[in-house]
Ligand binder design. Structure first.
Ligand SMILES: NC(=O)c1ccc[n+]([C@@H]2O[C@H](COP(=O)([O-])OP(=O)(O)OC[C@H]3O[C@@H](n4cnc5c(N)ncnc54)[C@H](OP(=O)(O)O)[C@@H]3O)[C@@H](O)[C@H]2O)c1
Length: 241
């Protein structure tokens, strides 16, 4: 059984579809977009999927999520933290990166995944071994991204992956999957010349598709049984360019 946060997002919804297609029962969590969660549920192959409201910045809400999942399923095999928030702020415009935005980014992108893992850890520590996949970004390594706080939040998410891999072993494996730019609806709406330039600066010659990321999550869950504490880039080689 897999729990996906940020499930209504461009990446989260592809991850839910991929996991359901691979045979998992999926708990689709939603924050503001209940209708999107319901239509995603109808799209998923297989049976036993549910949607549950959860705000990752509200620990009481995560406690309710854990109770509901515990009562319904008893254990969690996989948690995918795909929540994220950001806004474009030029890196040199320090005044525009105000305290409220910095706090919102860290509250959602770092504290949110941590609080979700904390709430679900008793369910993840099951006999067969649980897995946490944190969706970070190559921005956490390159320092190139929508704004400086976003890059830092993803770097911090990566160090959380390493710390928790150590702390929760052997019961729970924890990995980061770090995509480069992914061709979600949001990115499709940006300047086509900019998108073409980003693709041409990527050794594999294209942006990632949401399915590239979804397949990496499935690989971590089904094949990479001896991997924990690692940061796996899904970036078409962008970091080595
Ligand atoms: N797209 C890319 O190019 C790219 C590249 C590298 C890494 N990533 C990372 O991949 C992850 C998913 O990206 P995406 O493109 O799918 O983003 P997205 O479409 O903006 O989706 C973000 C998701 O996070 C949820 N969310 C935000 N705040 C929340 C909260 N407080 N509680 C619960 N859920 C909350 C959103 O739900 P609501 O809208 O209802 O708030 C939405 O479902 C993010 O961590 C992002 O940083 C994306």
């Amino acid at each position: 059984m897999a729990v996906v946060t940020g499930a209504t997002g461009g990446l989260g919804s592809a991850i839910c579809r991929g996991l359901a297609g691979a045979g998992a029962r999926v708990v689709v969590t939603f924050h503001r977009h209940e209708a999107a969660a319901h239509s995603l549920l109808e799209d998923l192959t297989g049976e036993g999927h549910v949607s549950v409201k959860a705000d990752v910045t509200d620990s009481a809400s995560l406690g309710r999520l854990a109770r509901e999942i515990g009562e319904r399923y008893g254990t969690v095999d996989l948690l995918v933290n795909s929540v994220g928030t950001t806004r474009f702020v030029p890196h040199a415009d320090l005044a525009a990166l105000d305290d409220d935005l910095i706090d919102e980014i860290f509250r959602t992108n770092w504290r949110g995944p941590f609080a979700t893992i904390r709430a679900l850890e008793p369910l993840l520590s099951n006999r067969d071994g649980g897995l946490v996949v944190n969706i970070s970004s190559i921005a956490g390594v390159s320092g190139v991204g929508s704004n400086i706080a976003y890059c830092a939040s993803k770097a911090a998410l990566n160090t959380m992956t390493v710390s928790l891999a150590r702390a929760l072993a052997p019961a729970v494996r924890v990995v980061s999957i770090a995509p480069g730019l992914v061709d979600t609806e949001f990115i499709k709406g940006l300047d086509p010349d900019w998108r073409r330039e980003q693709a041409s600066r990527t050794p594999l010659g294209r942006l990632a598709s949401p399915e590239d990321v979804s397949r990496a999550v499935i690989a971590a869950a089904t094949m990479l049984s001896y991997s924990t504490g690692c940061i796996m880039s899904v970036d078409g080689g962008r970091l080595v360019d």
